[in-house]
Design a protein around this ligand. Structure first.
Ligand SMILES: [Ca+2]
Length: 468
């Protein structure tokens, strides 16, 4: 195996507890110790926070990540002013579980939203609740879409704007909204513009405290829809660079006949791409609102996707599977007060469960031990830290989709995947030599060399998680 696999590079035995005890993750502790540039007077307000979450935007569909034609100038600018994590992943590649991961800092098997069926537990603690206790004004604006009885009773949220149309998915045009307990008609025809308006109104509210805004867009989930002037903007591109194994027609999505997408793959893909650019434009409007009000310097802006999307790779369309296109997300952080090398690209592996502990850390609050993620704050100021070199991916059955239960370990160089279905035998990929995961190494000599350590690591991660 050309890339070489060894325990030192591929697998780390460091648990979250060991990481924290080693002092690697606490920016708050460094500030308390008086490290220059990190201290803040006790009475000084913490940084503002804006977390922007999109839906199904996969990691490589940004201009700054090398996409051949999708235009994302606002996201590119955000990355050039901050840092971009090039290896960012979700613990489960599905809307509801991933959203709960971002909010709680916990894995799906812990927060309980294992798929789009098992309900959100109102006892779950979100970073919004903890930041509210720390003196923040907080807002949840946008897509909730978690199983359960309608909308949640989130503690510690001052402003709550969401929707339930289309089984919680909302819709792109004329989407009714639930605003602080009352239903309202949409003021704008297009949902991304409507949610951005609410976000800017929240930023503009008079206050003497810092704010934390959670802004979750419907875009870029299907049924992809872009307004003028974005609609049709990629129709003239003849070579879409779709994978060679892609089927030209999309019928069933992960074998779900009730929620499928019918149509030609290139047409659907063009709609996806133009919806990304429409989202980018509204992100630009929000960033401009922050900067024009002089809030850019002291505001942490994070942009992430809730999961990736397969566009024909491995003969599949949609997500859930453990392939890179599905589990990998865009992840950009801008915070001028801390980022000392704007434009830095970071290769270490961060997860959606890392967001909540990081925001708490940046607010000067120690993340609770119930959170399973790590604070990536040290990366923002170019500090060298010990970091995870392996992590657990999990996916639980989601009726009526036919994707099996999946557990996988992803290291810096490899991925090993197990399922509970004999129809889907184990898979092992060398991500360095074979980034498109086209050569399953199980049963090969190279695979035989790598497999024992990866199996041990997967078992260790599952035991640590309490799964076995
Ligand atoms: Ca999603």
């Amino acid at each position: 195996m050309a890339s070489g696999y060894n325990l030192r590079n591929g697998v780390s035995g460091m648990t979250r507890r060991e990481f924290l005890h080693a002092g690697a993750g606490s920016l708050a502790a460094l500030a308390a110790a008086g490290l220059p540039g990190l201290t803040r007077a006790a009475s000084a307000p913490g940084p503002n926070m804006v977390f922007i979450l999109s839906d199904d935007h996969r990691w490589d569909h940004l201009g700054c990540m090398g996409h051949p034609f999708v235009k994302t100038p606002s996201m590119d600018r955000l990355a050039s002013q901050g840092v971009i994590f090039e290896n960012a992943f979700v613990a489960t590649s599905l809307c509801s579980p991933s959203r709960a991961c971002f909010l709680t800092g916990q894995y799906p098997h812990t927060h309980g939203v294992r798929n789009n069926i098992t309900p959100w537990n109102d006892r779950n603690v979100t970073f919004l609740e903890l930041l509210k206790k720390a003196g923040y004004d907080t807002a949840f604006i946008g897509k909730w879409h978690m199983p359960g009885s309608g909308l949640p009773r989130l503690r510690g949220v001052d402003r709550f704007v969401s929707f339930t149309a289309e089984r919680g998915q909302g819709r792109y045009l004329d989407c009714p909204l639930y605003v602080d307990g009352r239903w309202r008609e949409s003021r704008r025809e297009y949902i991304t513009e409507e949610l951005t308006d609410y976000a800017i109104e929240f930023i503009d509210a008079r206050r003497d405290r810092p704010f934390c805004l959670y802004l979750a867009h419907k875009a870029v989930h299907h049924q992809w829809t872009a307004p003028e002037p974005f609609k049709g903007m990629y129709d003239r591109i003849s070579d879409l660079k779709l994978p060679p194994e892609a089927d030209p027609w999309v019928g069933l999505v992960d074998n779900n006949i009730t929620y499928g997408m019918l149509g030609r793959l290139p047409d659907l893909y063009r709609r996806y791409c133009e919806t990304i650019t429409a989202l980018d434009s509204e992100m630009g409007r929000l960033l401009e609102a922050l900067d024009s009000r002089g809030l850019g310097e002291n505001t942490i802006v994070v942009y992430a996707g809730d999961n990736g999307f397969l566009w024909g790779e491995h003969h599949r369309v949609d997500k859930r599977w453990a392939y890179e296109e599905s589990i990998r997300i865009p992840f950009i952080v801008r915070y001028p007060r801390l980022v000392n090398r704007p434009g830095t690209r970071i290769g270490d592996m961060v997860l959606n469960v890392d967001l909540a502990p990081t925001l708490l850390d940046l607010a000067g609050k120690a993340p609770p031990r119930t959170m399973e993620g790590l604070s990536f704050a040290p990366f923002l100021s170019s500090r060298q830290v010990s970091w995870r070199s392996a992590w657990l991916y999990e996916c639980f059955k989601d009726y009526p989709y036919t994707v099996p239960d999946i557990f996988a370990v992803r290291t810096r160089t490899h991925k090993y995947v197990e399922t509970d279905s004999p129809c889907h035998p184990p898979e092992l990929y060398d991500i360095v030599d074979d980034p498109k995961e086209r050569r399953n190494l199980v049963g090969t000599e190279a695979g035989a060399n790598a497999l024992p350590a990866l199996k041990r690591e997967l078992d260790r991660l599952k035991k640590e998680a309490g799964i076995i």
